[in-house]
Design a protein around this ligand. Structure first.
Ligand SMILES: *Cc1c(COP(=O)(O)O)cnc(C)c1O
Length: 394
């Protein structure tokens, strides 16, 4: 059992550093241990960094490291283009800006998501319009989208939550019928498939994140936009660099959404491990499914038959969630609530005029979900310990 420094990205109720100082628990289980992940590839990472320092110190978005990463990720995601950007959030923002979505426009999305999804819609001046989720997959309920379309709707922004792609056949059919863009929030699904096709290959754009908690995590913030459309790719590249259509000529307003060479070089090293990381997450999920199958009160994740879920999170439902979470914390098992409050109930969106009760499935999920440790470095013993601790905490 390795006893490393667990980075307390989230509070498990237990200061992570305690694991190093004293063994308070029968077993130490990290939620995310970045050091663990870098150890086996340390030399390769350092060589990649040295190469950037020696050869492309000043190259930003058009240097060989960034171009290589764009080619690798876009090919991996069944997409003709990849545009590397500064974060997953900026992938969404850059997409909205490049597609000219702004004041007076509406974008349909899910209320059960991370703040970046709805935040970027609001930041370009558009209005997020919510549609409730499917209770079993936690993804937007495509059968409810059409009723939310108005003459102001410009795009649908589905979020593929926890590692599983939303119902893209239905979403794309609706988008085509009403002439809408689809911006896939694919931050949590790199490599996931729907009917054999990769996440991020369906919409006008697919927006990926390399935040350290994602399946392909960078040493810092990064993101990438995929698209099949040559013209959109060109617009994204220019929007990433302030909307420049020529040197210091600005065709429209963009931003500085560039990715640094150093980050891209390290990501290319980690990309070679991605299939392995994901296979291990899927195996861990299967083990949890098995160990928690006879556990009354726990609902394990549903994966649609046509989907390959990459388990960015393994998220269960438990009715007395906060109690269970506290008990897990007392025994050294970290867990996280993604997400405790639906977007339509957030203080920052009070002016949208939604009320509690408007999206009951999202609200119920927010009260019941609990994500368990699933990082690829977990040992079989740690996985069993998490499952046992859940059973004894119910
Ligand atoms: C992580 C995440 C983002 C934002 O990505 P960053 O790289 O952290 O900016 C957006 N949407 C979802 C669903 C995410 O999980």
């Amino acid at each position: 059992m390795s006893v490393g420094i667990s980075y307390p990205l989230v509070s498990s109720g237990v200061p992570a550093a305690c694991a190093v100082i004293e063994r308070r628990f029968a077993m130490d289980v990290p939620f995310l241990d970045v050091k663990n992940q870098y150890a086996p590839i340390r030399d390769e990472v350092l060589a990649a960094i040295t190469n950037v320092v020696d050869n492309e110190y000043m190259c930003l978005c058009n240097g060989p490291s960034v171009r290589t990463l764009e080619a690798e990720i876009s090919a991996y995601c069944d997409s003709s283009h990849g545009v590397a950007v500064s974060s997953g959030t900026d992938a969404l923002l850059c997409s909205l800006m490049a597609l000219g979505i702004g004041a007076g426009d509406e974008v349909i999305t899910t209320p059960f998501t991370f703040g970046a999804t709805t935040g970027t819609i609001a930041r370009v001046g558009a209005k997020p319009v919510f549609v409730d989720i499917e209770p079993d997959t936690f993804n937007i309920d495509a059968s409810k989208i059409e009723a939310a379309i108005t003459d102001k709707t410009k795009a649908i922004m589905p979020v593929h939550l926890y590692g599983q792609v939303a119902d893209m056949d239905e979403i794309m059919a609706i988008a085509q019928k009403h002439n809408l863009h689809v911006i896939e929030d694919a931050a949590q699904v790199i490599g996931a498939t729907y009917k054999g096709r990769k996440a991020g290959s369906f919409g006008t754009t697919g927006c990926f994140s390399f935040y350290p908690t994602k399946n392909l995590g960078a040493m810092g913030d990064g993101g990438l936009i995929t698209t099949q459309d040559d013209e959109v790719a060109d617009k994204l590249e220019r929007t990433r660099n302030h909307g420049q259509t020529g040197a210091y000529i600005y065709g429209w307003v963009g931003g500085n959404f560039r990715m640094d060479s150093m980050l891209a070089a390290v990501l290319s090293v980690k990309f070679k491990q991605l299939e392995g990381y994901t296979a291990r997450r899927i195996a861990t999920a299967a083990k949890y499914d098995e160990l928690l199958a006879d556990c009354d009160g726990v609902i394990t994740p549903t994966v649609r038959e046509h989907n390959k879920c990459i388990f960015n999170q393994y998220t269960i439902r438990v009715p007395n969630r906060d109690d269970v979470r506290a008990k897990l914390g007392e025994k050294g098992v970290p867990s996280v609530v993604y997400y405790p409050l639906s977007m339509h109930q957030q203080p920052c969106f009070a002016s949208l005029g939604y009320s509690t009760g408007d999206f009951p499935e999202s609200e119920k999920a927010a009260a019941e979900v609990l994500s368990l440790p699933i990082e690829p470095e977990l040992s079989d013993e740690q996985i069993s310990y998490v499952a046992e601790t859940i059973k004894s905490s119910l």
